[in-house]
Write a protein that binds this ligand. Structure first.
Ligand SMILES: Cc1ncc(COP(=O)(O)O)c(C=O)c1O
Length: 365
């Protein structure tokens, strides 16, 4: 199989090797503090008895699953703890392909690059459905693209890379389109804590037995390295997903799960609000500077990316490398995200995001 290695690594390495100061806006690893309770949990864990260093239950610590189930309003048996949303998305796509109810996975264009990579790895045919100019789902185009051959439709809100947030009406329409075509709707909600529009709706709000919701604590608690995510499966799919998770991973890391559980219980809303405020301010400052640079961009309603383009400066890998060398700013080339080779993506996960924006405003595109 011809596996596609994500370009992230290449660009990050190029930036690291550059002979100058470079502000890295390439990948989405938060730079802000995790919850205090999470650090406390990890610290205390080091002094646990030896049995705490052994396998947890394969589908995750019962108490963590219960905490998630209570928060999401679902039966605990539907919750599987995964190695991040990345694995949860893989399990969802695998479940869709195993049903033998179609070979195609519908994704949006632009798209988070790991989705097509994973879908192809699972033998799916990938179809990219363009979104509107504002980054919002084109529900009619999705309905037209869906067919008997659709195994799954994977959507992501708040969205990486556009920052679009899908409202309740859109989510309901997508649940219906999937049902009409006997497909699974996979809803990746990993940025759900970063909704600045107030319009975010989870696919779990709709009582449907063909919806898989994936999420993780990577972004909400700023701990991409801990690898704790989860999937909420419909009851009829969960056993197979659990088995696949067990055969691939055995289980997921216990210390991470214990620390996340503690943080879930002890962290109040102010922590999440502070992260949102920080990012909202960064986005505003960054987009102001993009205005000064004469760039076009999709105004982010959520998440922490800005998808932009500069007149006469397509977002090719070559131009991205020029930006590293000449402006001291590293970002992702647009064709990584589907058919958007005019565009680039900035991940605002550094306190230097505003400084990067100023460098862009000063750069002669
Ligand atoms: C849309 C989306 N889904 C999933 C992931 C992976 O998340 P995790 O760290 O939970 O595996 C990312 C990471 O950037 C993402 O942007």
């Amino acid at each position: 199989m011809d596996y596609e290695t994500p370009l992230f690594f290449h660009v990050m390495q190029y930036a690291a090797d550059a002979d100058r100061d470079v502000i890295d806006l390439v990948s989405g690893g938060p730079d802000w503090e995790p919850p205090t309770a999470l650090r406390d949990g990890l610290r205390e864990y080091a002094d646990s008895d030896p049995d705490a260093f052994q396998y947890p239950p394969s589908d995750g610590l019962r108490e963590l699953r219960e905490e998630i189930a209570a928060r999401r309003g679902v039966d605990v048996n539907r919750v599987v703890i995964t190695n991040g949303a990345g694995e949860a998305n893989y399990l969802g796509m695998a479940a869709a392909m195993e049903r033998d109810a179609g070979e195609e996975i519908l994704l949006t264009d632009p798209v988070y690059p790991y989705y097509p990579g994973k879908a192809k790895m699972l033998g799916a045919d990938v179809r990219l459905v363009p979104v509107g100019d504002d980054g919002h789902l084109d529900v009619d185009a999705m309905a037209d693209a869906a067919s008997d051959d659709t195994a799954a439709i994977l959507i992501n809100s708040p969205n990486n890379p556009t920052g679009a947030v899908y409202d309740a009406e859109t989510m309901e329409a997508m649940v219906d389109i999937a049902a009409d075509n006997d497909a699974l709707l996979l809803s990746d909600e990993v940025y759900d804590h970063y909704d600045y529009s107030g319009r975010f709706e989870s696919a779990l709000a709709f009582d449907a037995d063909h919806v898989v919701v994936t999420n993780s604590f990577s972004k909400s608690m700023a701990v991409t390295g801990l690898r704790v995510g989860y999937a909420v499966f419909p009851s009829w799919l969960v056993d197979d997903a659990r088995t696949r998770h067990m055969l691939v991973n055995v289980t997921s890391a216990r210390p991470s799960q214990v620390a996340v559980l503690r943080a879930l219980r002890e962290t109040d809303a102010a922590y999440y609000e502070a992260s949102r405020d920080l990012l909202r301010e960064r986005i505003d400052a960054f987009t102001d500077a993009l205005d000064a640079a004469g760039a076009e961009y999709i105004v982010p309603e959520g998440a922490f990316y800005v998808f932009a383009r500069f007149e006469g400066f397509p977002g090719t890998l070559e131009n991205v490398e020029r930006l590293v060398d000449e402006a001291g700013v590293a970002c992702m080339p647009g064709d990584t995200f589907g058919t958007h080779d005019e565009w680039v993506r900035f991940a605002l996960v550094t306190p230097r995001a505003e400084e990067a924006a100023e460098r862009l405003a000063d750069y002669d595109f």
